[in-house]
Design a protein around this ligand. Structure first.
Ligand code: EPU
Length: 418
């Protein structure tokens, strides 16, 4: 298993280009199942989760070709299976996103239940109840969800919790349902809007994506399309924090500042100087970082996917603050590793109390999920001496070549291949 070695203390300088959004590409790839015509997606990041989703679709009989330069060509001419198997779903929960499209197109689907994961229990009950409301018969047998519906029908769906992939799954299912579906308390994340844009290009009728109420009028068929995936807002925020904790002055290119409004505002509150262009950010590290409380919330609030990175920033801030995780019940696994590096963090329930600034020292660390791993890389940039981050495959799931990108900014970082 590869490791990443970082020697901290080098300020960052230069430019970094942001890749396409992983969490937009995942549902976009699944949307290809809704038509037998060709789909081309551009600006797809070549990260492990996207490869895994490619394998899920290949198993169903969809042709999937990754081209150099970040394009993926998909064609679900005829499907030879409606099953997403445990061996793939267990490695990536987002595989559940094939459920809606398969049911809409084939009238049935069999998808392994994802089970718990490193950041919490993460059930998919809201996806299933919504499909039942649309007329599907859903049962859970031997660890698999089995769903059937000769034709889904439009329905009023009220999500009692905001769910990103739930909204995406049901939006996809509704594009080919009979009649109108209205999603209430829908997720407003930019990735949901990106999927709606792609589905619209395929001929779907969708209004209100990006707001809590989405109205989808089902159509009989969808056609092929070409779609460019939005930039990754979490990768963007991660590089902004990298610059702040390492020190320096960088330009983050090919990003979409509007998609990370609350992140930018919160990071400015901590003293980071951020100038916005239409598709770029100039970031200058402050001399002193200020402590500021944060609570994660659904979009447009501060994203849970930035919480671990923000905690590293706060470990370097002057003063004490509270970091509250309101989306997932168990997303503080990075804390123990940060403590080993010298951070002063105490967790009480869903809140972490962070007191800074702490002089971090390099250590051998590892994490069990993507964003926690990113946080350890950032801690390594801020630490004195050498940090070895183990289990790099977590980073490779969602960050395109993070070691190369940081090295391009002047960080002393290398991948140790084993
Ligand atoms: N929830 C339920 N029942 C459901 C669905 C969700 O109780 O049927 C709960 C979850 O347990 C959680 C909350 O609702 O407490 C929100 O979960 P959500 O469904 O929104 O999460 P998700 O769709 O599984 C996506 C991202 C995550 C990101 C969350 C929150 C993708 C592929 N994944 O997950 O991204 O943290 O939304 O924004 O889009 C990551 O990229 O590192 C990552 C984990």
């Amino acid at each position: 298993m590869d490791k990443i070695r970082i020697v901290g203390g080098k300020p960052l300088e230069g430019t970094v280009r942001i890749s396409g959004a992983k969490n937009a590409s995942l549902p976009d790839v699944c949307a290809a199942l809704l038509t037998d015509e060709p789909i081309v997606l551009d600006n797809v990041p070549e990260v492990r989760d996207i490869r895994t989703m490619g394998r899920v679709l290949s198993q169903l009989g969809c042709d999937v070709a990754f081209r150099t330069g970040g394009s993926v060509e998909l064609r679900a001419g005829t499907l030879n299976s409606v099953e997403a198997t445990y061996d793939l779903v267990k490695t990536m929960r987002a595989s559940v996103l094939v459920l809606g499209p398969l049911l809409a197109r084939e009238g049935r689907a069999r998808v392994s239940l994802p089970g718990g994961c490193a950041i919490g229990a993460r059930p998919i009950d809201l996806h299933l109840t919504a499909l039942e409301k649309m007329g599907a018969e859903v049962s859970v047998e031997r660890g698999y969800v089995e769903a059937r519906a000769p034709r889904l029908r439009g329905a009023e769906i009220h999500f009692n919790t905001v769910t990103v992939t739930g909204t995406e799954n049901i939006m996809m299912a509704a594009t080919r349902a009979d009649g109108v579906t209205v999603l209430h308390n829908a997720a407003c994340e930019p990735e949901v809007s990106d999927l709606a844009d792609m589905l619209t290009a395929m001929g779907a009728q969708i209004e209100g994506a990006g707001t809590p109420t989405i109205r989808i009028t089902g159509v009989d068929r969808l056609k092929g399309a070409r779609h460019r995936v939005i930039p990754d807002r979490i990768e963007t925020g991660t590089y902004v924090v990298a610059c702040a904790v390492a020190g320096g002055d960088i330009e983050v290119q090919q990003c979409h500042p509007e998609h990370l409004r609350s992140t930018i505002e919160k990071l400015r509150e901590t003293g980071i100087r951020i100038e916005e262009g239409p598709n770029n950010l100039r970031v200058r590290a402050p001399r002193q970082i200020k402590a500021a409380d944060v609570t994660t919330l659904p979009h447009p609030g501060f994203p849970t996917d930035m919480q671990a990175q923000y905690m590293v920033l706060m470990s370097q801030a002057n003063g004490a603050c509270r970091v509250t995780e309101s989306i997932f019940e168990n997303r503080f696994m990075h804390v123990a590793e940060l403590q080993r590096m010298g951070a002063d963090v105490r967790v009480d329930g869903r809140t972490a109390f962070v007191r800074g600034p702490s002089a971090l020292s390099g250590a051998q660390v590892m994490a069990t999920d993507l964003r926690a791993s990113a946080c350890l890389v950032l801690a390594g940039l801020a630490a004195e001496g050498e940090t070895i981050v183990d289990r790099v495959y977590h980073l490779d799931r969602g960050y395109y070549r993070i070691d190369e990108k940081l090295r391009g900014l002047g960080a002393d970082i290398e991948r140790l291949e084993t």
